[in-house]
Structures are given as structure tokens and as C-alpha cells.
Design a protein around this ligand. Structure first.
Ligand SMILES: Nc1ncnc2c1ncn2[C@@H]1O[C@H](COP(=O)(O)OP(=O)(O)OP(=O)(O)O)[C@@H](O)[C@H]1O
Length: 294
């Protein structure tokens, strides 16, 4: 299995923040959603993969190329879309498209035309006059039409109105149908991640909290409602992320649900009344609060 990227033992330190112990792989053709709150380190991680920032420790390999030594080769096949990327306010979208096409031989003009139509962008308008949503779409267009093998998207849907958000998500879903393309996209929005990703990675305070196949991951978490008295020490069970009592009801969030858990809970005096699947958002909040580290 070839890897779109591989991070091994990564550390990146800033004066008030450190990304630490990051070991993470993305197999080619997979879509990974990187979820974290403000300041979790998502952008820093993406910048390490693009070679825009250098690691303090660990190894970064992108599409088979080691960084920083083989950065030039790696960058040819990476498409990075981030708010921080410079668009020239005084130049038109057409000017930007011509610039990118001149640099990247993979530029697909027919696909660019399709995206212009879908996003309802005007190629002769200068970017200074674009709304925020139009700028995000223009950036995505410039990135997607290059047909890069690895797409790195930093919060592609943040700040978009609901209609623009759906348009961007649909465009991404189309891109993702091409199974040779690999994508890492960061988001605060667990709904977007749940919709698009094959693999979910949670990052919190610079550390990996979890990284797993989306379906298996969601399947492994359960909200369990029990009747009885909260037994002391329940939170220390490895499969239990949180437990709290409300009168005679006890709500448990289990990170690794298994069939013998009800019997073990019964042995500690709790009667399981129901078990429910959990939404990714609830899983994320519970995982972050319980401080589980992958
Ligand atoms: N060049 C830098 N110099 C100093 N500190 C930095 C630098 N880049 C990032 N940081 C710090 O690293 C931390 C993580 O920032 P980062 O932008 O990676 O988080 P994020 O998860 O992308 O957040 P957000 O969702 O708000 O964009 C922040 O505390 C930020 O201030």
C-alpha cells in the first residue's frame, strides 16, 4: 500500500505551543478529516506537510518524497488551499488561472471551466471585489484544477453561508470520487468531516487524540443509559470515556463498546436501559474532554 503521506514522531515547537508525538499515515486514495478546536495545531500540521514549516523532530514523507530534502518534487503533486495563501487583489481570476496553468503542467482547463460554472465565478473580475465565499471558491478552483495527487485543504468550508458550503462540499465530493486522489482537510465542523472523510483524526492541544476509520470509529462509541448508583472508579475503566449521574440515571459514554460491557456494568450494580450510537460531534467533545490520547 503506498502512502500519500507519512508523519513519524513529529514535533514542532513554537514559544507557546507544541505539536508533539505525531505519527500518522494517509494511504493513497483516502480522505482524512482533521478535526480540532481553534489553536489545536491543524494549520501547523498542514504546513509541515507542504514544507512551508520545518519540523523540530521526526520524519515527513509526502507521496514518497522525504521533506525537506525532496520538497520541490513533492510540491509538484500537492495542492494546498488555505486562507493564508496570497491572492492578488488587483488581478482577475483569469490572471490567476493563467499563472497557475503556466506553473503546473497538470492544469485541466475543462475542469476549471466546469468549476467556474458551478461556483458562479466571473473570471474577468478582480479578486479584491470578491466576497469571502467567492474567494474561497476561487482558491479551491485554482487548487483543484491542477489535479494534484494530494489535496491539503485548511478549513475549506469555514465562514461560508449554507448554500456556498453545500456547493463546496459537492465539488469536493466529486473530486473524491476519483480514487487515486488523496485528501487531508481540516475543519471545526464535524458534520462536514462525517460527510466526506474515510478516516477521522482528532487533534487537541498539539496531540493526536484519535485517528481511525470513520465507520469503525463511530461504531465503537456508544452512549449507555443505566439505572442505579454511579460506581466509584467507573471513569478509570479503559473503555469508558465519561460517566455521570443524574438522580438514579447514569449516563456513560463508552469509547470501545463491546458485548460484555452490560454484564460488567450489571456486576457493578448498574442496569443498562438503552444504548445509542453517538454523533461525531458528541464523540469529538467527549474524546477531547476525557483527554484520551491515540
Ligand atoms: N509561526 C508561528 N509562531 C508562533 N506561534 C505559532 C506560529 N504558528 C502557529 N502558532 C501557534 O500554534 C498554535 C496552533 O496554531 P494553528 O494555526 O496550527 O491551530 P489551528 O488548529 O489551525 O487553529 P484554528 O482552527 O484557529 O485555525 C497557536 O497557539 C498558534 O498561536
Amino acid at each position: 500500500m503506498s502512502l500519500a503521506f507519512s508523519l513519524s514522531g513529529i514535533a514542532k515547537r513554537y514559544p507557546h505551543f507544541a505539536l508533539q508525538d505525531i505519527t500518522l499515515d494517509l494511504p493513497e486514495g483516502q480522505v482524512m478529516g482533521l478535526v480540532g478546536v481553534n489553536g489545536a495545531g491543524k494549520t501547523t500540521l498542514l504546513r509541515l506537510l507542504t514544507g512551508l514549516a520545518a519540523t523540530d523532530a521526526g520524519e515527513v514523507t509526502v507521496l514518497g518524497h522525504r521533506l525537506p530534502e525532496h520538497q520541490v518534487a513533492a510540491k509538484r503533486d500537492i495542492g494546498f488551499a488555505s486562507e493564508e495563501m496570497r491572492l492578488y487583489r488587483g488581478q482577475t481570476l483569469r490572471w490567476h488561472m493563467d499563472l497557475v496553468r503556466a506553473i503546473y503542467p497538470g492544469w485541466d482547463e475543462a475542469y476549471a471551466a466546469e468549476l467556474i460554472k458551478r461556483f458562479e465565478l466571473r473570471t474577468e473580475q478582480t479578486l479584491g471585489g470578491f466576497s469571502h465565499g467567492q474567494r474561497v471558491k476561487a482558491l479551491l478552483l485554482l487548487c483543484l484544477a491542477r489535479r494534484p495527487r494530494l489535496l491539503l485543504l485548511d478549513e475549506p468550508t469555514t465562514g461560508l453561508d449554507p448554500v456556498a458550503r453545500v456547493e463546496v462540499l459537492e465539488a469536493l465530493a466529486d473530486v473524491l470520487r476519483d480514487e487515486s486522489r488523496s485528501v487531508l482537510f481540516s475543519s471545526h465542523n464535524t458534520h462536514d468531516v462525517e460527510q466526506l472523510a474515510d478516516t477521522i483524526t482528532f487533534l487537541h492541544k498539539g496531540r493526536l487524540v484519535a485517528s481511525a476509520d470513520k465507520l469503525e470509529f463511530i461504531e465503537s462509541w456508544r452512549r449507555v443509559v443505566c439505572q442505579g448508583v454511579l460506581p466509584p472508579g467507573l471513569e478509570t475503566w479503559p473503555e469508558i470515556a465519561s460517566a455521570r449521574a443524574n438522580g438514579s440515571l447514569v449516563e456513560i459514554k463508552a469509547r470501545t463498546w463491546n458485548d460484555d460491557l452490560p454484564a460488567r456494568l450489571a456486576a457493578s450494580g448498574l442496569q443498562v436501559q438503552r444504548t445509542d450510537p453517538m454523533a461525531l460531534e458528541d464523540i469529538f467533545i467527549t474524546a477531547v474532554r476525557s483527554g484520551a490520547v491515540a
